[in-house]
Design a protein around this ligand. Structure first.
Ligand SMILES: Cc1cc2nc3c(=O)[nH]c(=O)nc-3n(C[C@H](O)[C@H](O)[C@H](O)COP(=O)(O)OP(=O)(O)OC[C@H]3O[C@@H](n4cnc5c(N)ncnc54)[C@H](O)[C@@H]3O)c2cc1C
Length: 503
C-alpha cells in the first residue's frame, strides 16, 4: 500500500487528492432515486468524481415518477413536499416559487346516497386527526396503532354522539374509513401492523405542497442543479447507467481496494472500493438473501424483516367533461352492507373478507393544474390484487363506485383514459413507503439498517441509504435525501480519500 498524491482539476477549484490506495477511491451507488441522486450530487459537488450509479429501471427518480398526462404532470409516486421546518426539500426550493398547495377535501358521500351533514363530517375529521396525531403518553399502552385508534375512537364517539342514535350509529360505522385514512399516510396494509408510538418526526408547516403541475421531478432538477441554471448542473447524468438490475454484490472485508464486486442481470460486472445501496426495503425483504455475498449479518436481516413496507395505489383518471362541478375532491364512505352487496353487484375483480375491491377506494382528489383529471386512492390488503387488474376492469369498477355515490347529484361519466400506479408489482420497489412496526420501533431497526459494513481498516465498504434507513423521516423524499447525504459524507470523511481544495 502506498500513498499517492494526485492533482486534479475540479469543477470550481483545483483539488489535491491524497489517496491512500493505489488509485483514487471509487464508489458505486445502486439506485437513482432521491437517495442515490442526493449521494451522487454531494460527492460530485465535493470534487469526488469517481462514481457510477447503477439503476435497474429505464428512468431515474425511483419513487418520484412524474409523467405527463393531458394538461400537466401527474405524480405516480411522491406528490407533496410535507412540511416546511427541518425539511431539506423545502429548504432547497423555498426561494424558487416552485411550490403550490393542496387542501385535503373534507366532502364526504355515503354509499346509500343519504346526505351527511358537513358539520358532522368536520367533527369526524377533527376526532380522527386528534387521535392519529395524539400524544404518545396515551398511545404507549397499546401494542399497535390500530388497537389504539379503535379504542380511542369508540370512546370519543360514545362521549360525543351517545345522545344522538343516528349520528352515533353513523360515526361507529366510520371506523373502517378512519383506517383507510391512516393507511393512506402510512402505506401499511393494516393499521394493526403499525407501531402505536413511532419515531417519525413531522416537519411543521404546510403538509400538502405540490409542484404546480410540473411534478416532483422538478425537485430532482434542483438537486442536480439543472434548475435554475442548467449551465451549473452537476454531471450526474454522465454517471448513470440505466437498465442495470444489480443481482449480486460480493463484498470482501479483507481486500485492500476494489472491495466490492457487482453483477447485473444482463451479465455485466463492476468493481468499486465501496457501494451505497439505496433500493427500497421492499426489494431488500425479497432479495437481500440472494444479492449479498457473504450474507448480511443477522442483525441487519432482522432489521429488514422488522421494518414495515406495504403499498397504496393511485389511479389518475382523465374525463372528457368536468362533471364534478367545483368539488376539489371527495371521500367515499361505504356502509358495511353496501360494501358486501357490491360483491354481488359488481362481479369483476377480487374481494377480501366479503368486501369488494371497489370499496377500498376511499378518497378522490383533484390533480394539480390538470382540470379534467382526478386521482383515486386505494388502500388496504387488496392492493397487490388491484394492481394487476386490467385497465378496463379498473375503469368499470371506479365508474360503478362514482355513479353509486354521486350519480344522483352529478352526471358521472367513465374516464376515457387512466394511469394506475403499480409499485407493489414492480420488482424494483415491491411497495410504496416504509412505516414503523412495533418491532421496528422497539429495536430501532432503521438505525440498524443504516449502519455501514466496514473493511478491515474500519473504512465503510457496504453502505445503506434510502428512506427506510432514516430513523425519523422515513417514508418521505426529504428522508431519502438526508440518507443519501449522510452516506456521501461518510465517504468524504474517510481519511486520505477525499479531495482538499487548493485556493
Ligand atoms: C405512491 C407514493 C406516494 C408517495 N407520496 C409521497 C409524498 O407525497 N411525499 C413524500 O415526501 N414522499 C412520498 N412518497 C415516498 C417517497 O417517494 C420515497 O420515500 C422516496 O422516493 C424514496 O427514495 P429512495 O431513494 O429511498 O428510494 P427509491 O425512490 O425507491 O429509489 C431506489 C432506486 O433503486 C432502484 N433499484 C431497485 N432495485 C435495484 C437493483 N436491484 N439494481 C439497481 N437499481 C435498483 C429503483 O429502481 C429506484 O430507482 C411516496 C411514494 C409512493 C410510492
Amino acid at each position: 500500500m502506498r500513498a499517492v498524491l494526485v492533482l486534479a482539476l475540479g469543477f470550481h477549484y483545483t483539488y489535491l487528492i491524497l489517496a491512500l490506495k493505489n488509485n483514487s477511491s471509487s464508489v458505486i451507488i445502486v439506485g437513482a432515486g432521491p437517495a442515490g441522486i442526493a449521494a451522487a450530487t454531494k460527492l460530485l459537488s465535493n470534487g469526488f468524481h469517481n462514481i457510477l450509479i447503477l439503476e435497474a429501471e429505464p428512468r431515474i427518480g425511483g419513487r418520484i415518477n412524474s409523467v405527463k398526462f393531458f394538461d400537466a404532470y401527474v405524480d405516480l409516486g411522491a406528490r407533496w413536499c410535507h412540511g416546511q421546518v427541518n425539511n431539506i426539500v423545502y429548504d432547497m426550493v423555498k426561494d424558487m416559487n416552485l411550490l403550490g398547495r393542496n387542501e385535503f377535501s373534507k366532502k364526504l358521500y355515503h354509499s346509500s346516497r343519504k346526505f351527511v351533514d358537513q358539520k358532522f363530517v368536520d367533527d369526524f375529521f377533527k376526532i380522527v386527526e386528534d387521535i392519529y396525531e395524539g400524544h404518545d403518553d396515551k398511545k404507549i399502552n397499546y401494542t399497535n396503532l390500530g388497537e389504539y385508534c379503535e379504542e380511542e375512537y369508540i370512546k370519543i364517539v360514545n362521549e360525543k354522539f351517545g345522545n344522538d342514535p343516528t349520528k352515533h350509529e353513523l360515526a361507529l360505522s366510520m371506523v373502517h374509513f378512519f383506517e383507510f385514512y391512516v393507511l393512506g399516510g402510512e402505506g401499511s396494509f393494516s393499521w394493526h401492523d403499525i407501531a402505536a408510538v413511532a419515531d417519525y418526526q413531522e416537519c411543521e408547516g404546510e403538509k400538502l405542497q405540490n409542484w404546480y403541475g410540473k411534478g416532483y421531478k422538478t425537485f430532482l432538477d434542483v438537486l442536480m442543479k439543472k434548475y435554475p441554471n442548467p449551465k451549473k448542473q452537476l454531471p450526474v447524468d454522465d454517471k448513470i447507467l440505466l437498465n442495470k438490475d444489480v443481482s449480486k454484490i460480493q463484498w470482501n472485508q479483507s481486500a485492500m481496494n476494489k472491495s466490492v464486486k457487482l453483477w447485473c442481470s444482463d451479465g455485466s460486472t463492476y468493481e468499486a472500493d465501496s457501494v451505497i445501496f439505496t433500493p427500497s426495503v421492499g426489494v431488500l425483504k425479497e432479495r437481500a438473501e440472494e444479492i449479498f455475498t457473504p450474507r448480511l449479518p443477522q442483525i441487519k436481516l432482522d432489521a429488514i424483516r422488522n421494518i414495515g413496507f406495504g403499498a397504496v395505489m393511485k389511479v389518475y383518471m382523465h374525463f372528457p367533461h368536468i362533471w364534478w362541478g367545483n368539488l376539489t375532491g371527495f371521500n367515499l364512505l361505504w356502509s358495511e352492507e353496501d360494501s358486501k352487496a357490491a360483491v354481488q353487484e359488481f362481479l369483476e375483480g377480487p374481494n377480501w373478507k366479503g368486501r369488494s375491491w371497489i370499496s377500498y377506494m376511499s378518497h378522490v382528489l383533484e390533480a394539480d393544474q390538470n382540470p379534467h383529471v382526478l386521482v383515486a386512492w386505494f388502500t388496504g390488503p387488496l392492493i397487490p390484487a388491484i394492481e394487476i387488474l386490467p385497465n378496463e376492469v379498473l375503469i368499470n369498477g371506479i365508474y360503478f363506485s362514482l355513479e353509486k355515490f354521486l350519480g344522483h347529484i352529478y352526471r358521472v361519466t367513465k374516464p376515457d383514459s387512466i394511469i394506475p400506479s403499480k409499485w407493489y408489482t414492480n420488482p424494483h420497489f415491491r411497495g410504496t413507503y416504509s412505516f414503523q412496526t412495533p418491532e421496528a420501533h422497539r429495536t430501532s431497526a432503521e438505525s440498524i439498517l443504516a449502519q455501514p459494513l466496514n473493511n478491515y481498516d474500519n473504512s465503510p465498504i457496504l453502505m445503506f441509504a434510502g428512506e427506510a434507513t432514516n430513523p425519523t423521516h422515513y417514508g418521505t423524499v426529504q428522508g431519502a435525501v438526508e440518507t443519501g447525504y449522510r452516506e456521501a459524507n461518510r465517504i468524504l470523511k474517510i481519511p486520505f480519500c477525499y479531495p482538499i481544495p487548493i485556493k
